[in-house]
Design a protein around this ligand. Structure first.
Ligand code: FE
Ligand code: CA
Length: 513
């Protein structure tokens, strides 16, 4: 049976004879209006994301020549999508047509609605005779449900040039319900000869086509593609999706580009980001702005607040005094209000904050006095400390972060300046998928061990590549630090380096071993 016939057969069998006339894929008029398309449209795979109790976003991008602009004709293409309750697509419960437009790089974002809460689905796309690989996804539980459990994988920082994305092969085997990705999905750095894998292009991306090619290259990674097809993702970006350490409308090197030029770069970077992520239409960029902070409720078990710690922040401080200046903001007034409202009125047992960058203090000055990294929350002391004070009144706050390329698991203290102050929550800083390559344990120990006394809130720190896995139930969060043996080869073995637990209504995190 041809792929096309199989696709049709599955649909008709599921819906019965009466429903066949409603099938858009059966109408030849629309099919004949399609431009002639090259083979191999689905080189970038499929993805799903931003699950709601009744909906999930289904993604693909038609790109027969992914590293050179995509290779599609300059015309809209109608793409059929199907959602089934079984992996053989015998029971198709939703279907429709989405337009893949040249203006959006022929990406497809189908917001499949009318689904049942808290269940598994399979989805796929078809264009002409070409059928995509099938993806598996999962809706969020019913808003009133209070039981159950959720397995979340926390990932960040996947530098193509530093290694293969081997942690995703293990993540898939661990079968999470949701992947939370907190930034550095691509790196904007120029191709570097001698890397494990070399970036496409001739330099850093600036234009839309250059960013598209960079995302497309990352999406060709087989482990990343398989993980996208295996579970829904909730994503946010950090700095490298645009430019290292950018803040608001300020680039890394303001002296090297005009404000106008950086706005043009932000516009291109955000558009390519939207095109490649399984996010809702609310994230369609408006020039150099994109709406990415948003909230997901998993029944009454989890409220997930996804932050944007780049677009609204003040430019980084350069001194300890600057980091303590009350004018410094990380979230901007609007997002801060939105976050506090969502925390204070939350019905959830666990209040998760997905923050790109680390919230707990990192004091990098041995002994007397403190020295902070100014790009992290430490560089925005007044706002961070006010937020920590608020967390004291929030049920079970749990901060999940990235950026550091290290595992750092800490108690969150009401006041890091006072070691006797209350513990208000826990933070897990996921390591990196591949950034920094394989760990140098001797260098890690030499730098960080002397700083342990300065950072008594640390419960576990480590330099291996991998990700964190959380089993969230009503009584506790069981966490595992999953590490791979290497990212310098396409395959690796994986193991649990540490197990930790957070008990409900007992602030702080405990290392189990
Ligand atoms: Fe990173
Ligand atoms: Ca110190």
């Amino acid at each position: 049976m041809s792929d096309r016939r199989r696709f049709l057969a599955g649909s008709a069998a599921a819906l019965g004879a009466a429903a066949v006339t409603q099938l858009p894929l059966a109408t030849s008029s629309y099919a004949s209006a399609q431009p002639t398309l090259p083979d191999g449209l689905f080189t970038l795979g499929v993805a799903s994301g931003d699950p709601l109790p009744d909906a999930v976003v289904l993604w693909t991008r038609l790109a027969p020549d992914p590293l050179h602009g995509g290779g599609m004709p300059d015309a809209p293409v109608a793409v059929e999508w199907q959602v089934a309750t079984d992996q053989h697509f015998r029971r198709i419960v939703r279907h429709g047509i989405a337009q893949a437009l040249p203006a959006y790089g022929h990406s497809v974002h189908a917001d499949a609605r009318g689904l049942e809460a808290g269940r598994e689905y399979w989805y796929r796309f078809r264009v002409g005779g070409q059928i995509s690989p099938a993806g598996r996804t999962h809706t969020a539980p019913h808003p009133h449900s209070s039981g159950g459990s959720l397995r979340i994988a926390l990932a960040s920082c996947q530098n193509w040039q530093n290694g293969f994305f081997t942690p995703y092969a293990d993540m898939k085997a661990q079968n999470p319900d949701l992947v939370l990705f907190v930034g550095d999905y691509i790196y904007e750095s120029a191709p570097a000869a001698g890397s494990v894998r070399v970036h496409e292009g001739a330099g850093e991306p600036y234009t839309l086509e250059q960013y598209r090619n960079r995302y497309a290259q990352y999406r060709t990674d087989p482990d990343l593609q398989a993980m996208h097809a295996h579970a829904p993702w909730v994503v946010t970006f950090d700095d490298h999706e645009v430019d290292n350490d950018w803040a608001g409308e300020v680039p890394q090197d303001p002296a090297k580009q005009t404000h106008e030029a950086f706005l043009t770069r932000l516009t291109a970077a955000f558009q390519a980001y939207y095109e490649h992520m399984p996010v809702r239409a609310t994230a369609i960029p408006d020039g150099p702005h994109i709406q990415m902070y948003r909230r997901f409720d998993y029944g009454r078990l989890i409220r997930l607040n996804v932050l944007d710690t780049r677009q609204f922040r003040s430019d980084q401080a350069t001194t300890q005094a600057g980091a303590q200046d009350p004018v410094m903001t990380m979230l901007g007034a609007e997002q801060k209000d939105w976050l506090l409202r969502g925390l204070n009125r939350s019905p959830a047992r666990w209040n998760v904050i997905a923050s790109q960058i680390m919230m707990a203090e990192t004091d990098i000055q041995q002994g007397e006095g403190k020295l902070w990294f100014y790009d992290a929350w430490d560089g925005y002391q007044t706002e961070r400390n006010a937020l920590l004070a608020e967390l004291g009144a929030v049920r079970n706050p749990l901060v999940l972060s990235g950026d550091r390329h290290l595992t750092m698991i800490s108690d969150l203290k009401k006041d890091f300046g006072n070691p006797a102050s209350a513990v208000v929550g826990a933070e897990f800083v996921g390591t990196s998928i591949s950034s920094n390559g394989d760990q140098d344990l001797a260098a890690f120990d030499a730098y960080w061990n002397p700083l342990r006394a300065d950072n008594p809130h640390w419960k576990f720190i480590d330099a291996h590549r991998g990700y964190h896995l959380f089993d969230i139930g009503r009584q506790s969060v069981q966490a595992q630090v999953r590490a791979v043996s290497t990212v310098l080869k396409p395959t690796a073995t994986a193991s649990t380096l540490a197990r930790l637990r957070v008990e409900s209504d007992r602030p702080g995190v405990r290392l189990l071993g």
